[in-house]
Design a protein around this ligand. Structure first.
Ligand SMILES: [Zn+2]
Length: 134
């Protein structure tokens, strides 16, 4: 991912802001510029996602890419948010033996990695197992 693209996306990375179509109420994350269901009729507005969902599928990765602040092995998962969108994310604070499909998870804000040459540290969202709701 190039740095300019990273900075363009920073608002959505910090706040988990997606888009909701005013016509059909579909919610999109990552944000997009038009609703593929309504085409040009649809008008999109910011929609703040709650950051709760469940694990749809996951992979255990044993060799992290360079520059990422990850302890291996780590878990990459696809999370379906309560509002409907799915996203790919690292799942933290979960043991590789304890993760399962359908596990409730919530968003946390974590360091993602750094670019040693540029001295930049990237922050963004990750997900972790959600505490049981009483
Ligand atoms: Zn729509």
């Amino acid at each position: 991912m190039s740095i300019p693209r990273f900075w363009r996306n920073i608002k959505s990375r910090y706040d988990l802001i997606g888009k909701q179509c005013k016509s059909c109420k579909s919610i999109y994350f990552p944000p997009r510029n038009f609703c593929p269901k309504c085409r040009r009729i649809g008008e999109l507005e910011d929609y703040k996602l709650k950051g709760k969902g469940e694990v749809v599928t996951y992979t255990i990765i044993r060799t992290p890419p360079d520059g990422f602040d990850m302890v291996s092995p780590y878990i990459m998962g696809i999370v379906e948010l309560e509002e409907g969108p799915m996203l790919t994310t690292q799942i933290v604070d979960a043991d590789v033996n304890e993760i399962y499909i359908g596990m409730p998870v919530e968003r946390v804000f974590r360091k993602i990695g750094e670019d040693g040459d540029a001295g930049l540290i990237y922050y963004g969202y990750k997900f972790r197992p959600a505490p049981k709701e009483e």
